[in-house]
Ligand binder design. Structure first.
Ligand code: PMP
Length: 400
């Protein structure tokens, strides 16, 4: 009965790793994957995560009962504090409802499903370009997806004017997806001053902000600095949604830990919104898994473990920043034509190199370097050992 099912293409991002795994070359490098690697190219489990897991395993009182539909209560409270700030008036006034969801993706999807059912304006504006999964997550939830200008290839920076114009001409009430920090794939973020202008414009038009926060702490190394955009929008008393992921900043990728928070105008509204979130979640997966959220809650509620986490997080962010400098310096030393300063200006896990599809294909074929076809490279997948090989490949691609 399934004979007519047609072969689907690989996912454009995850497919890069599939191709990499098939390549027998000893010099191959995977810069497609959005996951942290050590200097030795190995996945990293944070010490503080191991410590938390040990505590959990040793606690014989722990059972494996179902969590509530919205997940672990402690985890939800601590996650809201992490993103909105521990002194957030919205939290104090009980205007925030938070649901533990399946990492960032699941949080976005639950938020999208909720909006499709309960919000009057079904159009969401996402930046161009954006993380490839955004379009599908929102469209399949029933929202109509439009884009706003974001990246300017000429400057390899923000197209701020284009962004403002597009948001200004969006219908009033439209939803706007904003990357809280470390925009993926471009690594280009608005300045605080620009964020303030975006906030004013969006509030004046009644546009609803939906923040995607997949990299808090990972961009600058500071959890507070990376949440500033979100906090600006919460400080004005207005509504917003925020999807958080602990994949990158706690290295919990496969544990699928994240949270959706909805900031409402009043505690009353927040209670009703939460009741509807439960109706969205129950038929999707009933309730979320317990292990990853327990790790996060254990770390966030213990000041000693929290501090240890911030140190390990900063070390990951610093290694990525150092890779940016090493790559930039090496390209300059090699005399590779072009202005590569965007490598050190962009932030977060990725560099949007500006290399085109043909150049990417050439680098994969001739140098066994794997990356998405839009020229995005994961700085976290790079090490001092692999920088020279990458520089040779880029040099050949641009001069060849
Ligand atoms: N949003 C953005 C911008 C991302 O880059 C990612 C991860 N690549 C996610 C959301 C979701 O990640 P996850 O579901 O693994 O938390």
């Amino acid at each position: 009965v399934f004979a007519a099912v047609v072969q689907a293409p690989e996912d454009p991002i995850l497919g890069v790793t599939v191709a990499y795994n098939k390549d027998p070359s000893p010099v191959k490098v995977n810069l497609g994957v959005g996951a942290y690697r050590t200097e030795e190219g190995k996945p990293l489990v944070l010490n503080v995560v191991r410590r938390a897991e040990q505590l959990l395993v040793n606690d014989r009182s722990r059972v494996k009962e179902y969590l509530p539909i919205t997940g672990l209560a402690d985890f939800n409270k601590l996650s809201a504090k992490l993103i909105f700030g521990s002194d957030s008036p919205a939290i104090r006034e009980n205007r925030v409802t938070t649901a533990q969801c399946l990492s960032g993706t699941g949080s976005l999807r639950v938020g999208a499903e909720f909006l499709a059912k309960h919000y009057h304006e079904r159009t969401i504006y996402i930046p161009s370009p954006t993380w490839g999964n955004h379009t599908k997550v929102f469209a399949l939830a029933g929202l109509s997806v439009k884009t706003y200008r974001y990246y300017d290839p000429a400057t390899r920076g923000l197209n701020f004017q284009g962004l403002l114009e597009d948001l200004a001409s969006a219908p009033s009430g439209a939803i706007v997806l904003l990357h809280a920090c470390a925009h993926n794939p471009t690594g280009v973020d608005p300045t605080l001053d620009q964020w303030e202008q975006i906030r004013q414009l969006m509030r004046s038009k009644g546009l609803l902000p939906f923040f995607d926060s997949a990299y808090q702490g990972f961009a600058s190394g500071s959890l507070d600095a990376d949440a500033q955009s979100v906090r600006m929008f919460v400080a004005d008393g207005g509504e917003c949604l925020a999807a958080q992921s602990y994949a990158k900043n706690m290295g919990l990728y496969g544990e699928r830990v994240g949270a959706l928070s909805i900031v409402c105008r009043s505690a009353d509204v927040a209670v009703k919104v939460e009741s509807q979130l439960k109706l969205v979640i129950r038929p999707m997966y009933s309730n979320p898994p317990i292990h990853g959220a327990s790790i996060v809650a254990t770390i966030l509620k213990d000041s000693d473990m929290y501090n240890e986490w911030t140190i390990e997080l900063k070390a990951m962010a610093d290694r990525i920043i150092s890779m940016r400098h090493q790559l930039f310096d090496a390209l300059r030393t090699r005399g590779t034509p072009g202005d590569w300063s965007h490598i050190i200006k962009q932030i977060g896990m990725f560099t949007f190199t500006g290399l085109n599809k043909e150049q990417v294909a050439f680098m994969t074929k001739e140098y066994h370097i794997y990356m998405t076809s839009d020229g995005r490279i994961s700085m976290a997948g790079l090490s001092s050992r692999t920088v020279p090989h990458l520089v040779e490949a880029i040099h050949a691609a641009v001069t060849g």
